[in-house]
Design a protein around this ligand. Structure first.
Ligand SMILES: C[S@@+](CC[C@H](N)C(=O)[O-])C[C@H]1O[C@@H](n2cnc3c(N)ncnc32)[C@H](O)[C@@H]1O
Length: 234
């Protein structure tokens, strides 16, 4: 693993405890709310920073697509990173796959394996979304679904490097930061980390700001409204 940034404690550590647990209240509920409050107060436009860094910046999000919040323009930006990482012979990981539209697009654009991590536990994705995921990705031999939450899937990961991570699960700061620190640590040199909902969710926006400020190994690579992509450049 790369010594990028310490991997924080797993969100499941507290989330899975009883709601009446006092330690959970202090260490998770309050902390989470405080981080979201700070994120909301400090939300910033990312386009100017990405432009200044020489990244590819697209102004239009493009038209919406069925069964996903990812737009045409965002998908184009994401698929550009898939193409740019084609020489890295390592899987792509999608954290949060919902109805499988982005999973299918990722898998159709490469021969690499696309590992889709989504527990379908009712937080964003339900059983009916899982059924649509199966429908959309059925027959794609390079898709592997891991029915688990991000942190537990990471703990079970065999340490194999990855070429691109697409983070689009729980959009709160503590979760998105965990997803970046953990899964980002597996990204091979010149690989990518992409974040969806960087403008719509203050927590994800704050994670991107932190990456820009504290992680010089991650270079801003592309931005389209609501999606930001960093490339590992150490
Ligand atoms: C915004 S949707 C993903 C959208 C998908 N990438 C797309 O563009 O079509 C978020 C997904 O994250 C999943 N999710 C919720 N908690 C999760 C967790 N802890 N780890 C991984 N995925 C999670 C939900 O089940 C939901 O399907």
């Amino acid at each position: 693993m790369t010594p990028f940034t310490p991997i924080p404690e797993s969100p499941s550590l507290w989330r899975n405890r009883s709601r009446w647990n006092v330690a959970r209240f202090w260490n998770w509920t309050l902390r989470r709310r405080l981080h979201e409050f700070i994120a909301k107060q400090n939300q910033r436009e990312l386009a100017p920073v990405f432009t200044a860094a020489g990244a590819q910046v697209t102004k239009e999000a493009g038209s919406s697509l069925p069964h996903t919040a990812v737009t045409e323009g965002q998908l184009k930006t994401l698929l550009a990173a898939v193409a740019a990482s084609n020489s890295i012979d390592a899987p792509i990981v999608e954290i949060g796959s919902f109805r499988g539209v982005t999973t299918k697009a990722l898998a159709a654009a490469t021969q690499r394996t696309v590992v889709a991590v989504d527990p379908y536990l009712g937080e964003g994705g339900h059983e009916k979304d899982f059924a649509l995921f199966r429908e959309h990705t059925g027959g794609m031999t390079n898709v592997r679904h891991v029915r688990d939450v991000s942190d537990s899937a990471f703990t079970s990961w065999n340490g194999e490097p990855v070429s691109l991570v697409f983070i689009d699960a729980i959009h709160e700061y503590l979760h998105a930061w965990y997803d970046f620190a953990a899964w980002g640590s597996l990204v091979a040199p010149s690989g990518f980390v992409a974040f969806h909902d960087v403008d719509a969710f203050p927590g994800v926006n704050r994670v991107c700001q932190r990456v820009l400020k504290e992680c010089p190994q991650w270079k801003p690579w592309a931005y389209a409204p609501n999606i930001a992509i960093f490339q590992r450049c150490d």
